[in-house]
Design a protein. Structure first.
Lengths: 291, 797
C-alpha cells in the first residue's frame, strides 16, 4: 500500500493551480483534504503523474453569506462547516448531514469542495448540494463558469469538471421560509459510507398541506437522485404517514440499486423506501405553517 | 467514577489490585517498539506479488523487467525457493502431521506449480524501499491457467471439481470421530429428538499490528537474527531450520512490543520463510511489513464451520445426548505448526461445557478449499460453545420453555453428580450455576419479560440472550491421565533473580502482545518477595535469554502457568535471600522479613540489609559467607500448573432490532465471570471487554467473504467491518466468588472467554427479539441485510 511515483506541486495561488492544471491536464490530480485520494493512491487505484496540493493556496477556504446564499470556499474543512452558525442557521440539512461523514479526524481534513468534486455516489455533500440547488463555481486558466448541482454530478466519481478546471466555491441558497429539513442515513456503523441516505425538505401552506417537497437519495443510483415524481406526489397532501408511504413507494419505483458485500440491491431499495418515509416525517415535523 | 479513578496505586498487597499497567506510558505515548521500528544498516524491503486468481496452474512467471528496475536488488519466484529452501510439511516439527486422518501436503514459500487462493504469494521483490518494491511488482508478468475454484465445503466434496492438492485423491483434509458416554442410552430414553444445522462463518483475527519480520543474516558467523511480530519467538527457531537449512542454535529471535495476535501469530508463515531465505541469499537484512490488504486476504482466517446436530432431549428440555456431524473449511495451505483442519475435532471435544449430557458423538471432516489459511483465533474451539449454547436455545424454543429455565435444568450443580465431564475432566470449581443466577438477577430476567411484552405491543423488538462457558486455561487435570495441555504446550519455565542493583528480574517465556505481563508478573513477584512493584523487571522476547516454549503466549495459559511459575520461583528465591541474609545479619531466617526490598530482623528494625547490599556482598565479599552456602541469587522454576481449575462465565445481552433497517442496538451487556483469583482485575476486565467486542464483531460485522468465483471480497476495512466504539456498549462486568483448588496458584486464564461465548449470547438475544416474527437463527453472522432476509422483508440472496 505505497503510492506509485508522482511529481508533487505545492502552489500558493489559484492562478498557479490553474496553470499547473492547464499544463498537465488529465495527468494531474488536485489534492485537498486527501481523505479519499490518499487511500486511492496507496492502493494504486489512482495514479496521477502530478499531484497538485492546494492546501497552501490562499483564499480558497471560508464560509460567508451574501444575498440569501451561503458560500463555501472549496478548501473549507468539513469540520469547520459543521460548527458554523451560518450553516446551522441557513443550511440545516447540511449541518445534519455533515456528522455522517466519517469521523471527526476525517472531517478535520476533508473539505467541502473535495467531497463534491470527488462525487462519490455514496457521499453526503453531493446530496446536500442537489437538494438545496447549490451552484459550483469552476475556474480554469482561461474561464470561469457556474454549474448547477443538477448538471454537476454525472455519475460515480464523475462530474462536469474538466481536466483543467478547479472547483473554487460552492454556493448554497437558503431554502424557502419555514421549510422543514432532514437528513437521515443508514450505515453499517456510524461514520461508514451510507447504505442509503436521504435529504428531505417539506414546506407547509397556510392550510397545513404540503406546499413543496424535495427529496434526494444516495445509495440507489450512481449519483444523488432527486425523485421528482415522488416530490410532486406530495404537493397539496396532508403531511401524514399515508402520503409519505406513497411518496416513498414512488421514489424507489424505478430504482435498481447494485448489490455489494453489505447487502443486496433489494435490501438497499427497501432501506431507501424506509428512509424516505422517515426523513419526510422528520422534515414535516420541523416545517412551519406558512402565515 | 471514571476508569482512572478505579485504578489504584499499589497498597500493601499487589496481587488483586487494579495496578496501572507499566507498559502503558510507553505504548500510549508512542514510544512502543514494534517490528516496523527496527531499522538495521543496509536493510532492504520486501513485497510479495500475490495471486488474484483463486485457483489455477502457474504456467510461467516473468520477472526480468522487474529485476531491471532501479533500486530492485532481487526478485525470487517459486523456482528460487526450490533452489534455496526445502518444502514445508505443516506440523512436522512437532509431529502433528502424523495425526490420524490428517493430510499434510508439502509446499514451498512461493507458488511453484499452482496458485491456490487469492493472495497466494507468487514472487518476492527485494528492493531499496517498499515503494520501489511495489513498483516492481507491477512489472512482473504471470501466466495462470484458471481452474474451477473450490469455495464451499460442498464444492470441495464435488467429484466433478478439481483438487486443491494434486497429491491427494480428493479434497478431504481430515476425517475423524469421537464418542464419549452412553449415547445410545441417551437416545433410548429421550422424549424427542431435536435437529438443527448450525453455521459459523469465516472471520478472522485482526490485530492492530499486522504480521512482519526483519530477517538479518550474518554470513561471517552463519547466524540468523529475526525480529518478529510474534506470539511465540521460539517457534520460529523450531520451524524454520528444516526449511532454510540453518540450525536452531544459529537462530536468534527478538520480539519487542507486539500489537496483538489473537492466535494468528502462533505460527510460521510462508511469507516469513521466503523473507528469511532472501536474507540468507543476499547476506543483508530484509524487512517485510504486511500491509492491511495483505493481512485481510492472507494473514489467516478462522472458523467457517458447521454442524448437523441431533439432540436427545426430555420433554422438560434436558439435553441427554448429542450426535453431531462437524464440517470445517480449512482453506488451501495448512498452518504450521497447527493445521486448521485439526480444529474440527475441538468442536465435539469442547461441546459439553457445563452441561450434564450423558453421551456425545461427533464425526468430523475438514476440507481443503481455495481460501486463505485457517488459523487459530481467540478460543479456537469457540464453535463448540456456539453450538451448545445455540442448541439450548433451539431446544427451549421447540419446547416453549424460557431459555433461562432450560439452562437451569441443563447446567451442572457443584457437588452434585456428574462430578466430571464425559472426558473425565472434573467439574470441581465450575461455578456456572452461581453465575447464571447472579446474571439473571442483575438483568432482572423476569422483569425484562414483562417489559418485552409491553414493547412488543408497541411494535418494538427487544430481546434477551444468555450463554455460559467453561474455559480450560489450562483447566483441571484428569485424575490418573497424562496432562494433555502440558504434553503439547509444556510446563512453564521461568527464571527469577536478584540483579546486582537489588532489583528483581523475571525472565518469562511468555510473549506478551497486549496481555500486560510486564505488570501482572511483576505484581506477583513483588508480593512474594517483598519488593516494590517498580523494582521488578520482566524480561521477554529474546530467545537468547528466555526459556524455550513452542507457544509463547496463547491458550489463556499465562494467568495460571506464568504467574504460578513466578510465584513459586519467587518463593524459592526468597528462601535463598533469607538464608544468605541470616548469615550476614546473624539472625534466624524465620525472624527475617523483606519489605520494600530490605531484609530486616523482626522486632529489631535497625538490623537490616538491602537486596542491593546483599547482591553486592555475594559478588564482592564471598568470604563473609560460610563455605558451601548457595550464593546463586537466581531460581529457575518449572511449574506444571498445579491443580488448576475452570475459568468460566455467563453472559447476558439485551438488545433491540430496528426491523425496518435491520440495525441492532445493544442496550446492555452483562458478564458474570470466574477466573479464579484475578492478579489485576482491570486487566481481567480488559480481556473480557476485548473478547466480547470481537464477539459483537463476529455476529454483526465481520465476515471474510468470498464470492462464488473464489474472489476475496473483504480486503479493506470498508468491506471487513470491525466493531468500533460507536457500536460497543459499556460492559457490566461482575465476578462470582471463586472455588480455590490449589494451595497456592488459583489465577486462571481469561483471554478467550469473552470471545467464545459472546456470539452465542448475542444470537440468542437476536432470536429472542425476533421470535414474534417466527425467525429461526441457525447461523452466526447476522448483519442487517441478513436479518431482514430472515424476517422476510427482503428476498434472500
Amino acid at each position: 500500500m505505497k503510492t506509485p511515483r508522482f511529481e508533487y506541486h505545492a502552489p500558493r495561488t489559484v492562478e498557479e493551480v490553474l496553470g499547473l492544471l492547464a499544463e498537465h491536464g488529465d495527468e494531474a490530480k488536485v489534492l485537498a483534504g486527501g481523505q479519499s485520494l490518499v487511500p486511492l493512491l496507496a492502493m494504486r487505484l489512482a495514479r496521477p503523474a502530478h499531484l497538485v496540493d492546494i492546501n497552501d493556496v490562499e483564499g480558497l477556504a471560508g464560509i460567508a453569506e451574501r444575498n440569501g446564499v451561503v458560500t463555501f470556499g472549496a478548501l473549507t474543512r468539513e469540520r469547520e462547516a459543521e460548527g458554523s452558525a451560518l450553516v446551522s442557521q441557513h443550511v440545516p440539512v447540511m449541518a445534519e448531514a455533515l456528522p455522517h461523514i466519517g469521523h471527526i479526524s476525517i472531517r478535520n481534513r476533508g473539505t467541502v469542495g473535495g467531497s463534491i468534486a470527488h462525487a462519490d455516489a455514496l457521499a453526503e455533500l453531493p446530496a446536500v448540494a442537489r437538494i438545496t440547488g447549490a451552484e459550483m463555481v469552476v475556474r480554469s486558466s482561461t474561464d470561469e463558469r457556474v454549474v448547477s448541482a443538477e448538471d454537476f454530478f454525472q455519475g460515480h466519481f464523475t462530474t462536469a469538471l474538466g481536466d483543467e478546471e478547479l472547483l473554487t466555491e460552492v454556493r448554497v441558497p437558503k431554502g424557502p421560509a419555514g421549510a422543514g429539513w432532514a437528513f437521515e442515513e443508514v450505515a453499517r456503523r456510524r461514520g461508514d459510507f451510507a447504505l442509503v441516505g436521504v435529504a428531505a425538505m417539506v414546506t407547509l401552506d397556510g392550510t397545513g398541506k404540503v406546499g413543496e417537497a424535495r427529496l434526494c437519495i444516495i445509495g440507489v443510483s450512481d449519483r444523488p437522485f432527486r425523485p421528482s415524481a415522488a416530490e410532486a406526489v406530495l404537493v397539496g397532501k396532508e403531511p401524514s404517514g399515508e402520503a409519505f408511504v406513497a411518496a416513498a413507494e414512488e421514489a424507489v419505483r424505478d430504482q435498481q440499486p447494485a448489490s455489494d458485500i453489505h447487502g443486496s440491491g433489494d435490501y438497499r431499495r427497501h432501506l431507501a423506501r424506509v428512509t424516505v418515509r422517515r426523513s419526510l416525517e422528520l422534515a414535516a415535523s420541523r416545517a412551519g405553517r406558512a402565515s | 467514577m471514571s476508569m482512572v479513578d478505579q485504578l489504584a496505586p499499589i497498597g500493601a498487597r499487589s496481587i488483586g489490585a487494579r495496578v496501572l499497567r507499566s507498559e502503558d506510558p510507553r505504548i500510549l505515548t508512542g514510544r512502543g517498539h514494534y517490528v516496523d521500528d527496527v531499522v538495521l544498516p543496509g536493510m532492504l524491503h520486501a513485497a510479495f506479488l500475490r495471486s488474484y486468481v483463486p485457483h489455477g496452474r502457474l504456467r510461467s512467471v516473468d520477472v526480468e523487467e522487474a529485476r531491471q528496475l532501479d533500486g530492485v536488488v532481487a526478485v525470487y519466484t517459486g523456482e528460487d525457493m526450490v533452489r534455496l529452501t526445502q518444502p514445508a510439511v505443516a506440523g512436522s516439527a512437532i509431529g502433528i502431521n502424523m495425526m490420524p486422518g490428517l493430510r499434510s501436503p508439502s509446499f514451498y514459500a512461493l507458488a511453484t506449480d499452482k496458485v491456490r487462493y487469492v493472495g497466494d504469494p507468487i514472487a518476492l521483490v527485494i528492493a531499496e524501499d517498499r515503494y520501489i518494491a511495489e513498483d516492481a511488482l507491477e512489472l512482473i508478468v504471470e501466466d495462470i491457467a484458471p481452474l474451477a475454484p473450490i469455495v464451499t465445503y460442498e464444492d470441495a466434496l464435488d467429484p466433478s471439481k478439481p483438487r486443491v492438492w494434486d497429491e491427494f485423491d480428493d479434497n478431504v483434509a481430515l476425517t475423524g470421530e469421537m464418542a464419549v458416554g452412553d449415547l445410545d442410552g441417551a437416545f433410548a430414553k429421550a422424549d424427542r429428538v431435536v435437529r438443527a444445522t448450525v453455521f459459523v462463518h469465516r472471520h478472522q483475527p485482526v490485530p492492530m499490528e499486522c504480521r512482519g519480520l526483519v530477517a538479518s543474516w550474518d554470513a561471517d558467523n552463519e547466524h540468523l537474527t529475526i525480529h518478529s511480530s510474534t506470539q511465540s519467538p521460539h517457534m520460529l527457531r523450531l520451524l524454520l531450520p528444516p526449511q532454510i537449512g540453518v540450525p536452531m542454535e544459529k537462530i536468534r529471535v527478538l520480539a519487542a512490543d507486539v500489537g496483538g495476535g489473537f492466535g494468528l501469530k502462533n505460527g510460521v508463515s510462508r511469507d516469513e520463510v521466503a523473507v528469511a531465505a532472501a536474507s540468507i541469499d543476499l547476506g543483508r537484512p530484509v524487512k517485510w511489513i504486511e500491509d492491511r490488504l495483505e493481512h485481510l486476504a492472507t494473514g489467516g482466517q478462522a472458523r467457517e464451520e458447521m454442524a448437523d446436530l441431533e439432540a436427545a432431549v426430555t420433554s422438560d428440555g434436558v439435553l441427554l445426548g448429542v450426535r453431531m456431524e462437524v464440517k470445517l473449511n480449512a482453506g488451501a495451505y495448512p498452518g504450521d505448526p497447527f493445521p486448521g483442519a485439526m480444529f474440527v475435532g475441538s468442536i465435539g471435544g469442547g461441546f459439553q461445557g457445563p452441561t450434564r449430557i450423558e453421551g456425545l458423538s461427533a464425526t468430523n471432516r475438514a476440507v481443503f478449499s481455495n481460501k486463505a489459511t485457517y488459523v487459530s483465533y481467540r478460543g479456537p474451539w469457540a464453535t463448540a460453545d456456539f453450538m451448545r449454547e445455540r442448541l439450548l436455545d433451539i431446544v427451549a424454543r421447540e419446547l416453549d420453555i424460557d431459555p433461562l429455565e432450560v439452562r437451569r435444568r441443563n447446567y451442572i450443580e457443584r457437588g452434585q453428580p456428574p462430578l466430571a465431564m464425559l472426558t473425565g475432566q472434573p467439574f470441581e470449581s465450575a461455578t456456572t450455576k452461581e453465575q447464571v443466577e447472579q446474571a439473571a438477577k442483575i438483568v432482572d430476567w423476569e422483569g425484562f419479560r414483562q417489559r418485552q411484552a409491553e414493547l412488543r405491543a408497541e411494535g418494538r423488538y427487544v430481546g434477551i440472550g444468555m450463554a455460559s462457558y467453561l474455559e480450560a486455561a489450562p483447566g483441571p487435570k484428569i485424575p490418573g491421565a497424562v496432562d494433555q495441555a502440558a504434553s503439547i504446550l509444556g510446563n512453564e519455565v521461568t527464571h527469577v533473580s536478584v540483579d546486582q542493583d537489588g532489583t528483581i528480574v523475571v525472565v518469562t517465556r511468555q510473549q506478551p502482545h497486549g496481555q500486560g505481563h510486564e505488570t501482572t508478573l511483576a505484581q506477583v513477584a513483588s508480593d512474594v518477595l517483598g519488593v516494590r512493584f517498580e523494582d521488578v523487571r520482566v524480561v521477554f522476547g529474546d530467545t537468547n535469554v528466555t526459556p524455550f516454549a513452542l507457544v509463547g503466549t496463547g491458550g489463556s495459559r499465562a494467568a495460571t502457568m506464568a504467574n504460578g511459575a513466578v510465584l513459586h520461583g519467587s518463593r524459592l528465591l526468597r528462601e535463598k535471600i533469607l538464608s544468605l541474609a541470616s548469615e550476614l545479619l546473624e539472625a534466624n531466617p524465620a525472624d527475617l522479613e523483606i519489605s520494600q526490598g530490605v531484609v530486616s530482623v523482626r522486632g529489631t528494625p535497625e538490623a537490616k540489609l538491602s537486596l542491593r547490599d546483599l547482591a553486592r556482598t555475594v559478588a564482592e565479599e564471598p568470604g563473609r559467607l560460610p563455605e558451601g552456602i548457595d550464593t546463586e541469587l537466581t531460581v529457575t522454576y518449572t511449574f506444571d500448573g498445579g491443580s488448576s481449575g475452570w475459568s468460566g462465565g455467563t453472559h447476558c445481552c439485551l438488545l433491540e432490532v430496528d426491523v425496518e433497517t435491520g440495525l441492532v442496538h445493544i442496550d446492555r451487556y452483562v458478564v458474570v465471570e470466574d477466573c479464579g483469583v484475578p492478579v489485576n482485575p482491570a486487566i481481567v476486565e480488559g480481556q473480557v471487554r476485548g473478547g466480547v467486542t470481537q464477539g459483537i464483531g463476529a455476529v454483526l460485522f465481520e465476515h471474510s467473504a468470498y464470492g462464488e468465483d473464489g474472489q476475496f471480497l473483504a480486503a479493506t476495512f470498508m468491506d471487513y467491518l470491525m466493531p468500533t466504539t460507536t457500536v460497543v456498549p459499556n460492559f457490566e462486568i461482575h465476578h462470582v466468588e471463586t472455588v480455590k483448588t490449589d494451595p497456592d496458584v488459583n489465577f486462571r486464564g481469561v483471554g478467550e472467554g469473552g470471545m467464545i461465548v459472546a456470539p452465542a449470547c448475542i444470537t440468542n438475544a437476536l432470536e429472542d427479539a425476533l421470535a414474534p416474527l417466527g425467525v429461526k437463527v441457525r447461523e452466526q453472522h447476522l448483519p442487517p441485510a441478513r436479518l431482514l432476509e430472515l424476517i422476510g422483508t427482503v428476498r434472500p440472496r
